[in-house]
Write a protein of this length. Structure first.
Length: 336
């Protein structure tokens, strides 16, 4: 019997993770979420409607240290996903962003250190810790930018350069999680995630651009592109990410103390313009869009080099970008 805590478990990634973990009756899953994200209540309702006997929900905040001391008692593992997730909101309210992402993470680490030092602590970090990567040479093609120097993508040795309050707060969490392994010998793992997409995602203009584009396209509404639309992202289907999370759980001892970049990799990249193009093909109609200025810290190209993770846990993305987007379109159609 494994007792697993998921902070932010009613969010997009958390809901997918909970569903997978709950399939195994030997797992007890505790979700801690304050339901601050639009769409989290819908996810929670759905999870509760499935009547899992091994699911417990706590409506609480990761800024509440006393609560964290209680809920971490006796757990074997925590997936720390709760966060303020939008760069735009972090710019509007950097203090709150810091309190949730940096302080909240430190509180959770400290609660685990006091209660369950040996538990696996997996932190969902972000590729934003590498900043805008403006020092990298890129080539401009008709629909996208390409990397000139990092042929295999960006690996974990890239210089950290926190950019935007979100980058700073998530980056602080990233470094604390790593350091608690060095200083306190805790079993922490950092996942620097690229753009994740899939079912149970309620993205909006501020965060979750893939599902946001899909919803706009299906509604026949105009999409706003920040920048010139040639920026490239490697997209990873959430089912593949959850596979990697579960493999880490199985291989805790080999992975402890490590940091991994994780994304769709070279084979699964889209520029914003290319995704619109693919959606036009799938939906069989034109999609309107307009341009606005670039957002702070936006990377022209981010493609994750997944080699470290691939080698350690024998994991690779299985769902290719075309198939993944098709699945997402179907899910959004059925759940609007
Ligand atoms: N989705 C992506 O593309 C992506 C990419 C890189 C990193 N990440 C990271 O992965 C994690 C999960 O992302 P997601 O896409 O599922 O986001 P999400 O917004 O869907 O989920 C986050 C959940 O955390 C909850 N939450 C927010 N503040 C909280 C607080 N103070 N206390 C308790 N709960 C709180 C929200 O209600 C929400 O349910 C985040 O840490 C995010 O930074 C996501």
């Amino acid at each position: 019997m494994k007792k697993i805590l998921i902070t932010g478990g009613a969010g997009f990634i958390g809901t997918n993770l909970a569903l997978r973990l709950l399939q195994d009756k030997k797992n007890v899953v505790i979700i801690l979420d304050n339901l601050s994200r639009a769409g989290s209540e819908i996810n929670l309702k759905f999870l509760l409607s499935r009547n899992f006997e091994n699911l417990k929900f706590i409506n609480g905040d990761i800024r509440d240290y006393r609560l964290l001391r209680k809920v971490t008692k006796g757990i074997d593992c925590v997936f720390h996903l709760a966060a303020q997730v939008a760069v735009t909101s972090s710019i509007k309210n950097p203090v709150e962003d810091f309190e949730i992402n940096a302080m909240g993470t430190l509180y959770l680490l400290e609660a685990c250190r006091k209660n369950v030092k040996d538990a696996l602590f997996l932190y969902a970090s972000t590729n934003k810790v590498y900043g805008s990567l403006s020092h990298l040479k890129v080539r401009q093609l008709k629909t996208r930018y390409t990397l000139v120097d990092r042929i295999g993508g960006i690996d974990e040795s890239e210089t950290l350069d926190f950019h935007s309050p979100y980058g700073c707060s998530k980056g602080a969490g990233d470094q604390y999680v790593r350091d608690f392994s060095r200083i306190y010998n805790m079993n922490t793992v950092v996942f620097r995630q690229s753009c994740i997409y899939g079912q149970y995602q309620h993205g909006n203009v501020d965060q979750g651009w893939v599902v946001h584009f899909v919803k706009k396209a299906l509604d026949g509404k105009k999409i706003t592109i920040y920048g010139d639309g040639k920026q490239v992202r490697d997209i990873l289907h959430v089912d593949d990410l959850i596979d990697a999370y579960l493999k880490i759980l199985e291989n805790k001892d080999r992975c402890a103390g490590k940091i991994f970049n994780v994304g769709g990799g070279m084979k699964n990249t889209f520029s914003l313009l290319e995704l619109i193009d693919y959606l036009e093909y799938l939906l069989g109609r034109k999609i309107e869009y307009r341009f606005e200025s670039w957002r702070p810290g936006d990377q022209k190209v981010f493609i994750s080099n997944n080699k470290r993770l691939e080698m350690l846990i024998d994991w690779r993305p299985k769902i290719n970008k075309q198939e993944g987007i098709k699945r997402l379109v179907e899910w959004v159609k059925e759940n609007r």
